[in-house]
Ligand binder design. Structure first.
Ligand code: FEO
Length: 163
């Protein structure tokens, strides 16, 4: 594999695992705020991020590459409420989209067609990830100041199941 494509993909394993860590930290925060539905949604999201990391891990091994796991930094612990949480989720997903697009650009440059096809799943997934985050953020923003509305949304988000 082209070295730049390999390095970017190998690094992406860490970025996806960091995403899992970040969402799990947010999930724990929501538990302490007595919002179990928000916590469940974020925990399911954290599990999905681990799956994303494993997709990259398996792909690199399938291509005969070495896995070099990098250190995962500590995520934030304190948040200023669910609007702050979902603002951060949305911003984070936009950042991840940029990273995926960057790997894709490297795969195009290296004429690595297999990686381009592999990355299409992630490109589509990012459209979904950004849509989900922005829609929860929009609902949270709309419900600001309404405790009843917030609890209703908490109930709704708690119904999210793992894929
Ligand atoms: Fe793995 Fe939320 O992107």
């Amino acid at each position: 594999m082209n070295a730049k494509v390999y390095e970017a993909m190998n690094d992406q394993i860490k970025h996806e695992l960091y995403s899992a860590y970040f969402y799990l930290s947010m999930s724990a925060y929501c538990e302490t705020e007595n919002l179990p539905g928000f916590a469940k949604w974020l925990k399911v999201q954290a599990e999905e991020e681990q799956e994303h990391a494993m997709k990259l891990y398996d792909y690199l091994l399938d291509r005969g590459e070495k896995i070099s796991l990098k250190a995962i930094e500590q995520p934030p612990v304190e948040f200023k409420g669910v609007k702050d949480v979902f603002t951060k989720v949305y911003e984070h997903e936009q950042k991840v989209t940029g990273l995926i697009n960057g790997i894709y650009a490297k795969a195009v440059e290296a004429n690595d067609v297999a990686s381009q096809i592999f990355l299409q799943w992630f490109i589509n997934e990012q459209v979904e990830e950004e849509k989900n985050a922005s829609s929860v953020l929009a609902m949270v923003t709309k419900l600001e100041g309404s405790l009843g509305g917030l609890y209703q949304l908490d109930h709704q988000l708690g119904m999210r199941e793992a894929d």
